[in-house]
Design a protein around this ligand. Structure first.
Ligand SMILES: [Zn+2]
Length: 347
């Protein structure tokens, strides 16, 4: 039986998500509990008051807010709070597989917790979730370009030491997030080469607040396997063709781009549609669901309504999402079959 509405259709399809930050998938309830625990801001009287912190109109403001939220995480049990919130998000949106960023830099700088204290609660929590039939959540460590290449190198060393001491397939790679403007990729080249050499998957935010040259930079200097955002690629047809030919996935996050407002002011003007029509491997993601107050089902509803994606287009975006993950081939095959069966049942 065909579902009544596009919302039902979207929700009923199993999804993957590959550009989402764990600390920004935490609920206002959890933020508030941490705020109270550490006596951070007594003017916040309840979870809903956190919303006022999240008003933003630029990427700079967003990064500032995000760094502030990270200062609320100071102990392993704080990171354990992330797991049920990520699980609830995934279940609300029928997300079956997720690759989420976790950003240790600010937390480690603050002191009082080591890398293992950050990762262990996440690895153990997501292991438990997967083994009980819940969503399969993998971690990509954001080594950050806000704090410079030495800090990034320390983060990669932490990851490699962690994986040397613990056999886990939860931690799959590194990403370069943080401030893109004024921070080109060249100083991070050696760090990323070492990570690739060690078998880590590598991705980078690029083309979110800097032009297409930043995307070329991430591919050439870092060997980035996926591009986070990639919005400014629309200014460079030769780059779009290169990304399409090499099937380099773009982790597109339209709501995030509209709110931070660098290249896109209105959802209807987002280049996702142009990228898709050009045959680029585009995927749909939310970036920071709590900061942008958007979840994945809603993001799909918006592309259906504002960027004219019909049901076949939505399924194609979800197929791209599976292809762009770092799952092994058996995992991708199973996810494709699950998606195809759900789409068929809804036809
Ligand atoms: Zn991001």
């Amino acid at each position: 039986m065909a579902p009544r509405t596009i919302s039902d259709f979207i929700h009923s399809l199993p999804k993957t998500e590959i550009h989402i930050h764990a600390e920004a998938t935490v609920s206002f309830d959890s933020y508030f509990a941490l705020n109270r625990k550490y006596g951070m801001d007594p003017s916040l009287k309840g979870p809903a008051d956190f919303r006022k912190l999240l008003a933003m109109d630029s990427l700079g403001a967003m990064i500032k807010n995000f760094l502030y939220l990270q200062t609320l995480f100071r102990a392993p049990e704080d990171f354990a709070l992330v797991v049920p919130d990520v699980e609830a998000y995934a279940r609300r949106n029928n997300v079956r597989y997720m690759e989420t960023f976790v950003a240790p830099s600010m937390v480690l700088k603050q002191g009082g917790i080591d890398f293992k204290g950050i990762l262990d609660p996440l690895v153990e929590g997501f292991d438990r979730l997967a083994s009980s039939g819940g969503p399969d959540v993998r971690l990509i460590v954001d080594v950050s370009r806000t704090f410079g290449p030495e800090n990034a190198k320390r983060n990669v060393d932490h990851v490699l030491r962690y994986l040397g001491n613990r056999s886990t397939d939860r931690v799959i790679g590194i990403g370069l997030g943080g401030s893109e403007a004024g921070n080109p990729c060249a100083p991070y080249k050696a760090v990323f080469a070492a990570a690739r050499e060690a078998g880590l998957r590598v991705v980078a935010h690029a083309g979110e607040e800097v032009g297409p040259e930043s995307i070329r930079d991430a591919v050439a200097e870092l060997g980035a396997e996926r591009i986070g955002h990639g919005t400014s690629a629309v200014q460079d047809p030769a780059l779009m063709d290169l990304l399409a030919e090499r099937a380099i996935p773009l982790e597109v996050c339209p709501a995030s781009n509209v709110i931070t407002g660098k290249y896109v002011r209105r959802y209807e003007e987002h280049p996702l549609r142009a990228f898709f029509d050009r045959g680029m491997l585009v995927t749909l993601n939310t970036d920071d669901p709590v900061l942008f107050e958007v979840e994945l089902d809603e993001e799909f509803r918006r592309v259906a309504e504002k960027l004219a994606f019909d049901r076949a287009g939505i399924v194609k975006l979800l197929e791209n999402g599976i292809r762009a993950t770092f799952m092994d081939e058996a995992g991708k095959k199973a996810a494709r079959e699950r998606l195809a069966a759900a789409a068929k049942a809804l036809a």
